[in-house]
Design a protein around this ligand. Structure first.
Ligand code: RTP
Ligand code: MG
Length: 159
Protein backbone atom coordinates (compact mmCIF):
# COMPACT_ATOMS: atom_id res chain seq x y z
CA UNK A 1 0.00 0.00 0.00
CA UNK A 2 1.36 3.43 -0.94
CA UNK A 3 0.04 6.29 1.09
CA UNK A 4 -0.36 9.31 -1.14
CA UNK A 5 1.41 12.46 -0.14
CA UNK A 6 -0.58 15.69 -0.10
CA UNK A 7 -0.18 18.05 -3.05
CA UNK A 8 1.78 20.99 -1.76
CA UNK A 9 0.83 24.51 -2.73
CA UNK A 10 3.08 27.55 -2.32
CA UNK A 11 2.19 30.91 -0.84
CA UNK A 12 4.02 34.13 -0.10
CA UNK A 13 3.89 35.18 3.54
CA UNK A 14 5.16 38.57 4.61
CA UNK A 15 5.87 39.77 8.11
CA UNK A 16 5.16 43.49 8.04
CA UNK A 17 7.33 46.21 9.63
CA UNK A 18 5.21 46.47 12.81
CA UNK A 19 5.93 42.82 13.64
CA UNK A 20 9.54 42.68 12.40
CA UNK A 21 10.31 45.61 14.72
CA UNK A 22 9.56 43.42 17.75
CA UNK A 23 11.90 40.42 17.99
CA UNK A 24 9.56 38.47 20.26
CA UNK A 25 6.63 38.93 17.89
CA UNK A 26 8.75 38.01 14.89
CA UNK A 27 9.87 34.89 16.75
CA UNK A 28 6.27 34.04 17.71
CA UNK A 29 5.15 34.32 14.09
CA UNK A 30 8.05 32.12 12.96
CA UNK A 31 7.02 29.58 15.62
CA UNK A 32 3.41 29.72 14.43
CA UNK A 33 4.58 28.87 10.89
CA UNK A 34 6.44 25.81 12.19
CA UNK A 35 3.63 24.70 14.53
CA UNK A 36 1.21 24.73 11.62
CA UNK A 37 3.34 22.29 9.63
CA UNK A 38 4.42 24.61 6.85
CA UNK A 39 7.60 23.82 5.00
CA UNK A 40 9.69 26.99 4.89
CA UNK A 41 11.00 26.74 1.35
CA UNK A 42 13.09 29.87 1.77
CA UNK A 43 12.96 33.25 3.49
CA UNK A 44 14.60 36.64 3.21
CA UNK A 45 14.76 39.90 5.14
CA UNK A 46 14.62 43.11 3.15
CA UNK A 47 13.46 46.71 3.20
CA UNK A 48 11.25 48.03 0.43
CA UNK A 49 11.64 51.21 -1.56
CA UNK A 50 8.51 53.31 -1.82
CA UNK A 51 8.29 52.30 -5.50
CA UNK A 52 8.41 48.58 -4.71
CA UNK A 53 5.65 49.04 -2.15
CA UNK A 54 3.51 51.00 -4.63
CA UNK A 55 3.91 48.34 -7.29
CA UNK A 56 3.11 45.48 -4.93
CA UNK A 57 -0.14 47.13 -3.82
CA UNK A 58 -1.07 48.72 -7.16
CA UNK A 59 -4.37 46.80 -7.19
CA UNK A 60 -5.39 48.96 -4.21
CA UNK A 61 -4.37 52.31 -5.72
CA UNK A 62 -7.24 54.74 -5.28
CA UNK A 63 -8.51 53.05 -2.10
CA UNK A 64 -8.56 55.36 0.92
CA UNK A 65 -5.88 53.35 2.71
CA UNK A 66 -3.46 53.04 -0.23
CA UNK A 67 -1.08 55.90 0.64
CA UNK A 68 -0.68 54.96 4.27
CA UNK A 69 -0.27 51.30 3.37
CA UNK A 70 2.46 52.12 0.83
CA UNK A 71 4.24 54.41 3.34
CA UNK A 72 4.03 51.89 6.11
CA UNK A 73 5.23 48.93 4.06
CA UNK A 74 8.35 50.83 3.04
CA UNK A 75 8.97 52.25 6.54
CA UNK A 76 11.15 49.42 7.86
CA UNK A 77 12.39 45.86 7.39
CA UNK A 78 10.13 43.07 6.14
CA UNK A 79 10.55 39.32 6.26
CA UNK A 80 9.33 37.31 3.28
CA UNK A 81 8.75 33.56 3.34
CA UNK A 82 7.86 31.05 0.69
CA UNK A 83 5.65 28.56 2.54
CA UNK A 84 4.54 25.15 1.29
CA UNK A 85 1.56 23.19 2.59
CA UNK A 86 -1.52 21.46 1.30
CA UNK A 87 -3.88 24.33 0.40
CA UNK A 88 -1.17 26.73 1.63
CA UNK A 89 -2.91 29.95 0.56
CA UNK A 90 -6.06 29.28 2.56
CA UNK A 91 -4.16 27.65 5.43
CA UNK A 92 -1.93 30.72 5.90
CA UNK A 93 -4.81 33.18 5.57
CA UNK A 94 -6.71 31.30 8.27
CA UNK A 95 -3.72 31.47 10.61
CA UNK A 96 -3.30 35.21 9.90
CA UNK A 97 -6.95 35.94 10.74
CA UNK A 98 -9.19 38.79 9.58
CA UNK A 99 -7.64 41.89 7.98
CA UNK A 100 -9.40 44.34 10.30
CA UNK A 101 -7.84 44.39 13.71
CA UNK A 102 -11.09 44.86 15.67
CA UNK A 103 -12.64 41.83 13.99
CA UNK A 104 -9.46 39.86 14.50
CA UNK A 105 -9.26 40.76 18.21
CA UNK A 106 -12.83 39.86 18.99
CA UNK A 107 -13.65 37.03 16.61
CA UNK A 108 -10.27 35.34 16.17
CA UNK A 109 -8.05 36.25 19.14
CA UNK A 110 -5.65 33.33 18.62
CA UNK A 111 -4.79 34.23 15.05
CA UNK A 112 -1.66 36.25 14.27
CA UNK A 113 -3.61 39.43 13.57
CA UNK A 114 -5.87 38.82 16.56
CA UNK A 115 -2.82 38.51 18.79
CA UNK A 116 -0.46 41.11 17.34
CA UNK A 117 -2.33 43.37 14.94
CA UNK A 118 -2.22 47.05 15.90
CA UNK A 119 -4.40 48.70 13.24
CA UNK A 120 -5.99 47.72 9.91
CA UNK A 121 -2.76 48.80 8.21
CA UNK A 122 -0.29 47.59 10.85
CA UNK A 123 -1.69 44.09 10.92
CA UNK A 124 1.49 42.03 11.24
CA UNK A 125 1.37 39.83 8.15
CA UNK A 126 0.36 39.46 4.52
CA UNK A 127 -0.62 36.37 2.58
CA UNK A 128 -1.25 35.79 -1.12
CA UNK A 129 -4.96 35.59 -1.96
CA UNK A 130 -4.99 33.17 -4.94
CA UNK A 131 -2.52 31.01 -6.91
CA UNK A 132 -1.98 33.72 -9.55
CA UNK A 133 -1.12 36.32 -6.88
CA UNK A 134 1.11 33.79 -5.14
CA UNK A 135 3.13 33.19 -8.32
CA UNK A 136 3.48 36.92 -8.96
CA UNK A 137 4.41 37.67 -5.35
CA UNK A 138 6.94 34.83 -5.11
CA UNK A 139 8.65 36.19 -8.21
CA UNK A 140 8.70 39.70 -6.70
CA UNK A 141 10.57 38.64 -3.58
CA UNK A 142 12.51 35.65 -4.88
CA UNK A 143 13.34 36.32 -8.54
CA UNK A 144 15.84 33.45 -8.54
CA UNK A 145 13.23 30.95 -7.31
CA UNK A 146 11.70 28.62 -9.89
CA UNK A 147 8.32 27.09 -9.04
CA UNK A 148 8.83 24.68 -11.93
CA UNK A 149 12.16 23.45 -10.60
CA UNK A 150 10.71 23.14 -7.10
CA UNK A 151 7.80 21.05 -8.40
CA UNK A 152 10.14 18.94 -10.52
CA UNK A 153 12.26 18.18 -7.46
CA UNK A 154 9.29 16.09 -6.25
CA UNK A 155 8.07 18.27 -3.38
CA UNK A 156 4.74 19.12 -4.91
CA UNK A 157 3.77 15.78 -6.42
CA UNK A 158 0.78 13.98 -5.04
CA UNK A 159 1.92 10.40 -5.67
P1 RTP B 1 -3.10 41.08 2.76
O1 RTP B 1 -3.32 41.38 1.30
O2 RTP B 1 -2.18 42.06 3.43
O3 RTP B 1 -2.70 39.67 3.04
O4 RTP B 1 -4.48 41.24 3.52
P2 RTP B 1 -5.93 41.03 3.00
O5 RTP B 1 -5.95 40.27 1.72
O6 RTP B 1 -6.65 40.48 4.18
O7 RTP B 1 -6.39 42.52 2.76
P3 RTP B 1 -6.50 43.38 1.42
O8 RTP B 1 -7.93 43.73 1.26
O9 RTP B 1 -5.78 42.70 0.30
O10 RTP B 1 -5.73 44.68 1.83
C1 RTP B 1 -4.33 44.73 1.76
C2 RTP B 1 -3.81 45.41 2.98
O11 RTP B 1 -4.32 46.73 3.00
C3 RTP B 1 -4.39 47.16 4.32
N1 RTP B 1 -5.67 47.74 4.62
N2 RTP B 1 -5.78 48.80 5.37
N3 RTP B 1 -8.92 50.17 6.46
C4 RTP B 1 -7.61 50.14 6.27
O12 RTP B 1 -6.88 50.97 6.74
C5 RTP B 1 -7.08 49.04 5.49
N4 RTP B 1 -7.76 48.16 4.80
C6 RTP B 1 -6.87 47.30 4.26
C7 RTP B 1 -4.19 45.99 5.23
O13 RTP B 1 -2.93 46.11 5.85
C8 RTP B 1 -4.23 44.79 4.31
O14 RTP B 1 -3.36 43.81 4.81
MG1 MG C 1 -4.83 40.90 -0.06
Amino acid sequence: VRLSRPVLQLTLALVKPDAVAHPLILQAIHQKILENDFIIVTNRDLTWSREASQTFYSQHSGRFFYQRLVEFMSSGPLRAYILAHEDAIRHWRKIMGPTQVCRARYTAPHTIRGSYGLTDTRNSTHGSDCPESASRELATFFPEFSEGAWAASGHSRGD
